[in-house]
Design a protein around this ligand. Structure first.
Ligand SMILES: NC(=O)c1ccc[n+]([C@@H]2O[C@H](COP(=O)([O-])OP(=O)(O)OC[C@H]3O[C@@H](n4cnc5c(N)ncnc54)[C@H](O)[C@@H]3O)[C@@H](O)[C@H]2O)c1
Length: 256
């Protein structure tokens, strides 16, 4: 309890899945949370669930790829008490039908670049002045193990996630002296609406790529995000943290 007590946090893509779990956990640990998303009904539901548990949260419709939406969201969060302590850039364009180079479309490339990469940049750019002024801030970028290694037929997603690791390292270099930390968190296969159905052979294949032999839960990613967001990670800056059940820990897969 109270690991981020009194802090103001923004979580993008907080209506569903990993973002929702992060928003809920930050609120449980005492933060005031702005849940930003484009899916309003589930976003409002995230906030209602947080409030029902005694937490503090507000929902904001914000498309991370639109700078006006981002400015509005950050201003709304800052209006709470003038601070932005934590920013979790979690939203991504998740097309169910990603492709390799030859079949990839401009739509999927633009979606990946505009939402995951530029969306992260817009929110970071808008939140940084507050963090610099207060000489304190933590930014957590939810990336993917697909930023760390290649995977089949998803070139736009992989390239964009990989770029986010570079973005994180660059920002960590530039703003560390302002006591603003930024880190990348790389989930492996996590059971969200984007995950494979347990009846699908791909699901078992994913389990077999991990050393723990299973798919993870959104809450397990949220625990890692909470650590990076909190002052417990006060000397952690610019790292890439896999939360992947061991997927990336061995070049030779343990099973399958
Ligand atoms: N689920 C996994 O196995 C997995 C693995 C690795 C990385 N990730 C990453 O975790 C993050 C969350 O994924 P998830 O599985 O929870 O997906 P999800 O679809 O459950 O949630 C994504 C949320 O982002 C929101 N969103 C999409 N575009 C947006 C935009 N333009 N502006 C604001 N919000 C937007 C969606 O409305 C949704 O609420 C993503 O960055 C994803 O790449 C997920």
């Amino acid at each position: 309890m109270d690991r981020v007590k009194g802090k103001v946090a923004i979580v993008t893509g907080a209506a569903n899945g990993i973002g929702k779990a992060i928003a809920e956990l930050l609120a449980e640990e005492g933060a005031w949370v702005l849940a930003a998303d484009i899916e309003d009904a589930p976003g409002e539901a995230t906030v209602a669930a947080i409030r029902a548990q005694g937490g503090q949260a507000e929902y904001c419709h914000a498309d991370v790829s639109k700078q006006d939406d981002v400015q509005h969201a950050v201003a709304l969060a800052a209006a709470h008490n003038g601070r932005i302590d934590i920013l979790v850039n979690n939203a991504a364009y998740l097309d169910p039908d990603f492709h390799g180079v030859l079949e990839s479309t401009d739509r999927e490339w633009r979606g990946c670049i505009d939402v995951a990469l530029l969306g992260t940049h817009y929110f970071t750019k808008a939140a940084l002045p507050y963090m610099i002024a207060q000489r304190h801030g933590s930014i957590v970028n939810v990336v993917s193990i697909q930023g760390m290694e290649g995977m089949m037929t998803s070139v736009a997603y992989t390239a964009t996630k990989s770029a986010l690791l570079g973005y994180t390292m660059s920002v960590s270099y530039d703003y560390g002296l302002h006591n603003v930390r930024i880190n990348s968190l790389c989930p492996g296969p996590i059971q969200t609406r984007q995950g494979a159905d347990p009846a699908d052979p791909h699901y078992q294949w994913q389990c077999d790529q991990t050393t723990l032999g299973r798919v993870g839960e959104a809450r397990e990613v949220a625990w890692a995000a909470l650590f990076l967001a909190s002052d417990e990670a006060s000397y952690v800056n610019g790292v890439t943290l896999p939360v992947d059940g061991g997927w990336t820990s061995s070049s030779a897969r343990k099973r399958g």
